[in-house]
Design a protein around this ligand. Structure first.
Ligand SMILES: [Zn+2]
Length: 230
């Protein structure tokens, strides 16, 4: 039932996006949803960064047109951009599951109720579905947290700790986590803790884009969908 409601809200958000004057998600150029140079900039180039002991694959660097496209999706209701970012997530996932010996279940980092109310869609799930992946919603937010975007590394770790729990059914699974942006890895570490305390094994993570914390500023768009700021 919740799924049906979510799909309906996503469909509404997409219908609204279609009514807006079109501009390039990567650079703002009018008259095109994604111009040719930005299309090239969004071509996946998977890379790996180990964050808090977890191998995290990303499809893009969080910079230039890729960063602007992600902001358009997260902050400006441009749900059409999910399709443009899907190849980056798909290639990151492909790299993350390479060499796996057992079937892998893809689990998105959960979206907080506040973010869901504000946006009407779950960014990691929406992009995963556009990439042809059906993620299993095995994590939920179990307590309210502050917005990660205003916090430094230590603050993010403290804020994230103990904020998620696994739904029944995770036990015994091999899991790859999915999120939109990697910053410190505090969110992914908490997601891993919650799943592994429920008896799952998190083998890797895949994100659309990777941004080292030193490049980020308070207030910049980052990961941590689930962080409740409202
Ligand atoms: Zn452009």
């Amino acid at each position: 039932m919740a799924d049906i409601r979510d799909r309906a809200r996503e469909a509404c958000a997409e219908a609204v996006a279609l009514l807006l004057p079109v501009s390039c998600a990567g650079c703002g150029l009018h008259g095109t949803a994604l111009c040719a140079p930005c299309r090239r900039a969004l071509r996946p180039a998977p890379r790996r960064r180990d964050a808090q002991g977890l191998a995290v694959w990303s499809g893009l660097a969080f910079e230039g047109p890729g960063a602007r496209a992600l902001r358009a999706l997260k902050e400006r209701g441009r749900t059409d951009v999910a399709r443009m970012l899907a190849p980056a997530l798909r290639e990151a996932l492909r790299a993350a599951v390479t060499g796996a010996r057992r079937p892998i279940v893809v689990v998105p980092v959960p979206t907080s109720r506040a973010a869901m109310r504000r946006r009407g869609y779950r960014v990691p799930e929406l992009v995963a579905r556009r990439a042809g992946i059906r993620p299993a919603r095995l994590l939920v937010v179990s307590r309210l947290t502050a917005d990660q975007r205003a916090l430094g590394r230590a603050g993010r770790a403290r804020n994230a700790a103990g904020s998620m729990r696994a739904r029944p059914g995770a036990e015994g699974l091999d899991i790859v986590l999915v999120d939109d942006v990697l910053t410190t890895g505090a969110t992914l570490a908490e997601a891993r803790r919650a799943l592994e305390s429920a008896g799952a094994r998190v083998v890797a993570a895949a994100v659309i884009a990777d941004t080292p914390l030193r490049q980020s500023r308070p207030g910049s768009t980052e990961s941590d969908e689930w962080a409740d700021s409202a």
